[in-house]
Design a protein around this ligand. Sequence first.
Ligand SMILES: [Zn+2]
Length: 461
Amino acid sequence: MTRPATSIDERFMLLALAQAEAAQRAGEIPVGAVVVKDGAVIAVGHNAPIQGHDPTAHAEIMALRAAAQALGNYRLEGCTLYVTLEPCAMCSGAMLHARLERVVFGAPDPKTGAAGSVVNLFTQPELNHHTQVLGGMLENECAHLLRAFFKERRVNPHPLRDDALRTPDAAFANLPGYPWTPKHLSDLPSLDGLRLHYLDEGPSDAPITWLCLHGNPAWSYLYRHMIPVFLAAGHRVVAPDLIGFGKSDKPKKDGFHTFGWHRRVLLEFVERLDLQRVALVVQDWGGLLGLTLPMAAPERYAYLLVMNTTLATGDAPLSPGFLAWREMCAKKPDFDVARLFARGNPQMSEAECAAYNAPFPDAGHRAALRAFPAMVPEQGNDDGAAISREARIFWQTRWAGQSLMAIGQKDPVLGEPVMRALASQIRGCPAPLLLPEAGHFVQEHGAGLARDAVTRFTGTN
Ligand SMILES: [Zn+2]
């Protein structure tokens, strides 16, 4: 492209570059724009689709909207738009609709550019009677900003949010029985940049996807005895760490955590991974939250494996064992998580117990541990109670999948009485498997149970 740069065009492109830098500071792809009329800037805009949950929030659209507001006119005749990157088809279309007089862009965009790189909407005589185009203005400066941004993202694809902590990787080195590759997501709408860790093993077209949801204060490590069984059957396993737990980011404030937010994250997670033929595997908070998921997308779920958990509907009293647990957590917020596991599971090695302390190197990382016990819905209008009542109706009347319930009988918190009540609310739930050796964390005795579940759900022996 030719570059008959005038100092005036360069001056305005520098202002567009300043907007691009503002986008970058906000975690967006650095593209900026300004709209000029009669030698004066009348509007600015920068790329903001992530922050605004808005796929149309490109720099040009933001600037065009602001300019039209400033002029009180949706036609931008006599205006020039400066933008650091070649406009896409959407933005080019908007400029043509606005009858913009002129667009000046910086770097060409070989992937989506609609001013010559991929297509050229501006040279279509049927579309454009008004807008002149000039490309390559301060091209090197504009392109450098983008290249540096993407390089940084490759090196550090999930920058840490200011209001969160991230347990150092070293804390998770050499954990016994946990060889799987960490996977991360931070661009679900609800996550807003928080990094969620998950395991995703086995073939994506497997006949069953085991969606394993842990509770408080555990993480996906809890499923290490069950995952190999599911994989050996040729199935897929997906096991996320709830935000605040395991290898996922940990918001600093206790008050960050709410029932509704965590449920939204899980719903978005299932949609993003497009999980099909799901066997939902739940225990503790994995069930409090997880049992409310299938009603939102029943076609995705075919099986349920439910271990010590409950639906907290706010219309039945919480168990005395749970109330005692909640009181303990409030009185001793820094309780030793490893010791909690050791007490109920004499078969676990010291290193296995220590793996449950690994996510929480200090009190700052323990906001979720403090928040979750008090988050269990207790009254009818507590956050999560209404959705749990809706879920109860779903399991009672609409659930058409195959179920298996296993009860760790040594659990004082969500043990046999709580589980018998839950079984009566799950349509077609067969008589529960009773595990006399297992406590609250049933998964620590989960290998045999996993084999049983595979056999029942696949009809093989
Ligand atoms: Zn665009």
